[in-house]
Structures are given as structure tokens and as C-alpha cells.
Write a protein that binds this ligand. Structure first.
Ligand SMILES: [Mn+2]
Length: 304
């Protein structure tokens, strides 16, 4: 495996305008501008740059955590050049980059792009001992094939579940009959529908993931479209900001997340609030990670 992960900072700017070089950073932002298989609302190739641009306007102090997670070091890599290539080649490119960053002991934070970008990252994480996958998504994405394609935004969780031993999908509020049938044959995959995401279910999940090495994938359409209207397939009755950040905090503080992604954001022209919200969400997740006593430098006491 090549160990040359270090590259110059990108021309389009860095997350939070952070001046950290690769060697001194704990977290590495990897933009994957790819949207070849979306069926509706193509444009997630512009997601990574819109999130990074919006992040420049955030204050790095986190009120909830009472610390500056940025002090752990966040480096932004140049975007991967994957637009227009076949999904399998894009997945290979993501795999190589993420494996490289993991082998340097850093935490890759992938910004999509459509959801298929996760597959390369999950494959890399699997080689670093991850057996457990948590996906937050409005959609089950559990088709075996979609429009003749095995690697598609609608098959991504099915493909991902073939890489890891255990998959948990949270926040689903739309699913096909065929997907439901495929799921009923799979004891290793659990779907928690949107309406069952109550406190009790979340504390059960917290126990289940405790101490486990984990990959976390957030399709931002899990949020209600009032927060993030510009996604490939917006679905009503999504999670509120508070519900989602609560779930992220519980999962990230209980388990050992080694890599994560935020996908499916398709910025709309002239709208700034949702790219800002996603930048904030990415930074929140980094903050939760940095304040997990197993991972971080901040000694934050979560209420177990
Ligand atoms: Mn989705």
C-alpha cells in the first residue's frame, strides 16, 4: 500500500479555513464529487465544494461541547478526480485514498457526492477491523440491482452490507416492497424506521455499538427537507437537527468510529442555509469524535 497520502491543500479552500497540514491533522476531509448514478436531481458532484465554502463562515468553538474541536487538526485534501468514470473505478479510487489515510492513523471524513462513494471507504475501513456499519438515510437503498446497475445509489446499502458483518440503517421512511423482501432474509441487517427512533431504541443502539469499531455513513436526506431541501431525493417527515445530532452524539461517543461520510447533498443555486447546516453537521460529528474519551484530547464527560 502506498503511504504517500500527503498532498497540497486544494485550490477551492479548506474546511473551516483550517491551516493544518496533513501530518499534524487528526481528521482528513476527502471530497468525492461524483453523481453518475442518481436517478433524479443530479448535482451532488457540487456537494463537497459547497460544504467547504460554507464551512468558512462557521465559528470553530462548539457551545454544546464547550471546546474547539478544530484544535485536533483538520486537513482538507484536494477533491478526488472521479467525475464521469464508471462507479467501480470511482469506488477503487476512494478505497485507495481512504486506506492510505487510515494507515497513517488518521480519521477520514468523506464528503459526497452520491451515496455510492461510501462503498470504497467502507471497503478500506473493513481492512482496518471495522465489522459494523451504521447508515443514517431516509431510504433503505437495499435493491440488489437498480436500472440494471449493481453499484447505484439505490443498491448502496445492500452492497455495503456485503462488506461488513453487521449493518444498522436508521431513519428510513421510504422503502420498496422488493427491498422489504430482501431485508427479511438478512439477520445481519437491521432497519430502524423513522417512527421507531425514540429514546428507548436509541439507548438500545448505544448498548449494541458500545466499544465497536465502526463506519458511519450519513445520507443527509435523513434530515427533514426543511433543513436540507437540496438532496437528490427529498422525502418528507425527516429527522430534526436535534434528533440527528443527538443520535450522532450517542453513537460516536459509545463506539469507535474510524471513518465517516456525509453524502447526497446537491446544492441548489442561490441557497446557502443547507450547505451551512451540513458543514455544521460535519463539524459536530468531528467534535463528538474528538470528545470521545477513547479518541480525543478534551476529556468530555458524556452521560453514560
Ligand atoms: Mn437517501
Amino acid at each position: 500500500m502506498s503511504l504517500n497520502c500527503r498532498e497540497d491543500s486544494p485550490a477551492h479552500g479548506c474546511f473551516l479555513e483550517a491551516p493544518f497540514n496533513y501530518n499534524e491533522a487528526r481528521y482528513v476531509i476527502i471530497g468525492v464529487p461524483y453523481d453518475s448514478t442518481s436517478s433524479w436531481g443530479v448535482g451532488s458532484r457540487f456537494g463537497p465544494s459547497a460544504i467547504i465554502e460554507a464551512s468558512r463562515y462557521m465559528d470553530p468553538y462548539d457551545i454544546e461541547l464547550d471546546c474547539i474541536p478544530l484544535e485536533s487538526g483538520i486537513h482538507t485534501m484536494p477533491e478526488l478526480s472521479v467525475m464521469g468514470i464508471a462507479p467501480t473505478r470511482m469506488i477503487d479510487a476512494v478505497y485507495s485514498k481512504v486506506a492510505c489515510v487510515l494507515s497513517d492513523g488518521k480519521v477520514p471524513v468523506i464528503l459526497g457526492g452520491e451515496h455510492t462513494v461510501s462503498l470504497g471507504a467502507i471497503k478500506a475501513a473493513r481492512e482496518f477491523g471495522v465489522e459494523y456499519l451504521v447508515v443514517l438515510d431516509a431510504h433503505a437503498d437495499f435493491y440488489d440491482e437498480y436500472e440494471g446497475e449493481r453499484f447505484s445509489h439505490a443498491t448502496v446499502t445492500m452492497r455495503a452490507s456485503e462488506i461488513v458483518s453487521r449493518t444498522l440503517v436508521m431513519g428510513v421512511r421510504t422503502i420498496g416492497w422488493e427491498e422489504k423482501k430482501l431485508l427479511s432474509d438478512r439477520e445481519d441487517v437491521r432497519v430502524l424506521y423513522r417512527e421507531s427512533l425514540r429514546d428507548q431504541a436509541i439507548s438500545e443502539i448505544k448498548k449494541e455499538v458500545k466499544g465497536r469499531k465502526m463506519y458511519l455513513s450519513v445520507d443527509v436526506d435523513v434530515l427533514d427537507p426543511c433543513y436540507v431541501p437540496c438532496v437528490s431525493t427529498p422525502e418528507p417527515d425527516g429527522l430534526s437537527w436535534r434528533e440527528l445530532t443527538h443520535i450522532l452524539r450517542e453513537i460516536i461517543h459509545s463506539s469507535e468510529v474510524i471513518a465517516m461520510d456525509f453524502v447526497e447533498f446537491s446544492p441548489c443555486h442561490g441557497m446557502r442555509s443547507d450547505s451551512y447546516s451540513i458543514a455544521r453537521l460535519v463539524y459536530k460529528a468531528i467534535g463528538y469524535h474528538a470528545t470521545n474519551p477513547r479518541n480525543g484530547n478534551f476529556g468530555y464527560n458524556s452521560n453514560e
